[in-house]
Design a binder for this molecule. Structure first.
Ligand SMILES: [Zn+2]
Length: 73
């Protein structure tokens, strides 16, 4: 699953060879994500719970903040 050339979503395994939502540097390879939903799940899994909660609060207050946070990569 950690093959650098594998073109599948890191979260759901969907084939993203025709287009991915985000590509994130991870260790020696890249993590591909097919959609904002999977990107959020990915960040939920790698970020401290505290920061996830801050994102939720920000998203509730300013819906567009979600996309701003999406620029983290
Ligand atoms: Zn996915």
């Amino acid at each position: 699953m950690n093959e650098p050339n594998a073109e599948h979503c890191h979260i759901c395994g969907k084939d993203v060879s025709s287009g991915w939502f985000a590509r994130i540097r991870s260790g020696s390879g890249w993590v591909l994500l097919c959609s904002p939903k999977c990107a959020m799940r990915y960040y939920d899994s790698v970020r401290p719970e505290q920061e996830t909660r801050a994102q939720e609060l920000a998203a509730n207050e300013h819906p567009l903040r979600f996309l701003v946070n999406g620029e983290l990569w």
